[in-house]
Write a new protein. Structure first.
Length: 487
């Protein structure tokens, strides 16, 4: 007869396999309620939370599992992946490497996680050693992706060729997508711009998913329509202390600025934390999202604020006074931010829209959540919508903010950093001007760039692809030029 624990485990796994992560979480939570000392229940809960993007909740679940069974291979494996997702790369490598050396049931997947952490952490010599090591992963189609990555720096032309083979091989769509955009990145670096552009478009077409751009933009468009007539949100919860947040689209320079600020002894970057997105989703389910935030009950706002701060503070460096949230969805949730996290200081970061657009188009993004990145047309629509709303929406909601233009940041890092620090009541520290020396790892598309000193090499990058931009970009670019040159 099948035990209750086995039934729970089978039900959770079946739901996850079918893509019903929320239902799987509900089953896992019931299982934990009945069997609090059953390690499988906590692992199921962690798996469901991770699938939902609730990485910090999953990490807390894994901490319980590790206390119950610290040497269990599945606990160690999932904990190593959690370390990677939360940018604790040294811990991830330390956990996963022994699993690959024991050649147990998790050896291949642990190796994939290990080499991924080595890649993101910039430990390329160790990555090359792992690629050369014999093991069951050698026969996995994904091995070729990391073999190509291991020669990125030494033989980029050959790496492009190897990545193209991976992208055309019978591997999972996500692996095809990763390989394709890795090749795009190298082609761009080699100055083969037409090839980079064409391959990016091909990879988007072959690995993308249908995406409803109008629905995605609706909250932003609603915000723009009502901004002029709306007064500041009536504050129903206490203002938060010590929280700053980026308000910016991807590839606009946020990783550089975050690394600069994180180097300050009183500031801790907390990475791309999903807390605000979950607030937005919760308010939508309560019927209080967007234009309806004035219906939000104080007790619900307090609960959501507490949930956000609990996990945000788990990421905060001990002894720091401020934490900086680098999520890249805040521009879609301005009313929700003001309603639940009043007092947040906002860093509105902007960059030449053409530089931003080409950087987005040539980069890997998740197609189901960021399908708008698949064409310059859809990217322009997003940038125009955001530009039409910010920073007026921040002001109308009573959110203190400073606008930082990427070009000014790299030309005058001291002056622009001082503007940010002044808003936080802090003085400039010398370490802020040397972000490349910051040992903190970042789980972001810009993980390689943060190891370089501040420079202006990315300014005007779009000109390598000037033939792709028509006159429909002129007004957006002109508005940015006026903003960046304003005194």
């Amino acid at each position: 007869m099948q035990s209750a624990d086995s039934k729970f485990a089978a039900e959770v796994q079946a739901l996850l396999d079918q893509g019903y992560a929320q239902r799987a979480l509900e089953v896992a939570e019931r299982w934990c309620g009945k069997s609090r000392h059953q390690v499988g229940a906590w692992l199921a809960r962690a798996s469901a939370n991770s699938r939902l993007g609730r990485l910090d909740a999953a990490d807390r679940n894994l901490e319980v599992a590790a206390r119950l069974a610290p040497k269990d291979d599945r606990v160690v494996f999932l904990s190593g992946l959690s370390d990677q997702q939360l940018a604790r790369f040294d811990a991830s490598i330390t956990r996963l490497r022994p699993l690959t050396q024991r050649f147990g049931p998790y050896a291949t997947e642990a190796w994939m996680g290990l080499v991924d952490s080595l890649w993101i952490a910039g430990r390329h010599a160790e990555l090359a050693e792992e690629v050369a090591r014999t093991g069951p992963w050698k026969s996995d189609p994904r091995h070729a992706l990391y073999a190509a990555r291991s020669i990125f720096g030494t033989d980029p032309a050959r790496a492009v060729s190897e990545l193209a083979k991976v992208a055309q091989s019978p591997v999972a769509p996500i692996v095809k997508r990763i390989a394709g955009f890795d090749a795009v990145r190298l082609l761009d670096r080699l100055g083969r711009y037409r090839e980079a552009f064409d391959l990016a478009q091909k990879t988007h077409a072959e690995t993308g998913l249908p995406f409803d751009l109008d629905a995605f933009l609706q909250p932003v468009l609603d915000e723009g329509q009502r901004a002029a007539a709306r007064s500041s949100h009536m504050q129903s919860v206490p203002a938060v202390d010590g929280l700053a947040m980026f308000i910016a689209v991807p590839r606009s320079g946020t990783t550089l600025l975050e690394q600069m600020l994180d180097a300050h002894p009183h500031i801790s970057g907390i990475g791309e934390y999903n807390g605000l997105r979950f607030i937005g989703e919760a308010l939508q389910s309560l019927g209080c999202g967007g234009r309806s935030t004035h219906h939000l009950e104080s007790q619900d706002a307090l609960r959501l604020q507490g949930e956000y701060l609990t996990d945000a503070r788990r990421r905060q460096r001990a002894g720091s006074k401020w934490m900086v949230d680098k999520n890249l969805c805040a521009w879609r949730f301005i009313p929700e931010l003001a309603a639940v996290l009043p007092g947040t200081r906002c860093l509105h970061v902007v960059r030449d829209p053409r530089d931003t657009a080409i950087s987005i188009l040539l980069s890997y993004f998740q197609p189901h959540t960021d399908g708008w990145t698949a064409s310059l047309h859809s990217i322009r629509r997003v940038l125009e919508s955001v530009d039409s709303v910010l920073p007026d929406a921040l002001a109308s909601h009573g959110l203190e903010h400073v606008t930082i233009a990427y070009e000014r940041l790299v030309e005058d890092p001291s002056g622009e950093a001082n503007r940010c620090l002044k808003m936080l009541g802090l003085d400039l520290a010398e370490a802020v001007l040397r972000p490349e020396a910051n040992p903190r790892g970042v789980f972001t598309l810009s993980h390689a760039q943060v190891r370089a000193p501040i420079n202006t090499s990315a300014v005007g990058r779009w000109q390598n692809y000037a033939w792709a931009f028509g006159a429909d970009w002129d007004s957006l670019a002109a508005r940015h030029d006026a903003r960046r040159t304003a005194k």
